[in-house]
Design a protein around this ligand. Structure first.
Ligand SMILES: [Zn+2]
Length: 144
């Protein structure tokens, strides 16, 4: 699973790790295969239900669509914390959004470096980046 960068929910500020739609689909498939092999008791520990791709399309905390997420600025997420995973937003759309909304860019404090990263992502994902999404699997960054 490739981390495409950190993206922040514009509504509540929660930071998520962005992955491609293909990686999200793979993560859902992997988890559900694992889940199906568990005892009912163990399944209950995961809430009793298999996961869905839809869960990768929303903010883990407030449920806002991940399609509207913005690149996180350095320091938005505490170092070493565990980030929930979402399908990374279409960064080309984000760039347009930022270019047309001065308020937004001021609010989100997108640095020059982040802007460069977004442009890079756009080039890399031209073939059809994802609709945005939020995930329920977690990246263990070694913090806790
Ligand atoms: Zn949110």
């Amino acid at each position: 699973m490739k981390n495409l960068g950190e993206f922040k929910c514009p509504k509540c500020g929660w930071v998520h790790a962005g992955i491609s739609e293909a990686d999200a689909i793979a993560a859902v498939t992997d988890f559900n295969e694992y889940f199906a092999a568990l005892s009912l008791e163990a399944q209950a520990d995961f809430g009793g239900n298999p996961t869905t791709l839809e869960r990768y399309t929303r903010c883990f905390r407030c449920g806002a669509p991940a399609a509207n997420f913005l690149p996180a600025a350095p320091g938005d997420a505490p170092v070493g914390c565990t980030l929930q995973v979402v399908i990374a937003p279409n960064t080309r759309v984000l760039v347009e959004l930022l270019e047309t909304a001065a308020d937004l860019s001021a609010h989100c404090l997108v640095s020059k470096a982040d802007m460069a990263r977004m442009n890079e992502l756009c080039d890399r994902t031209q073939e059809g980046l994802p609709q945005l999404a939020t995930a329920t699997c977690k990246i263990d960054t070694g913090g806790h």
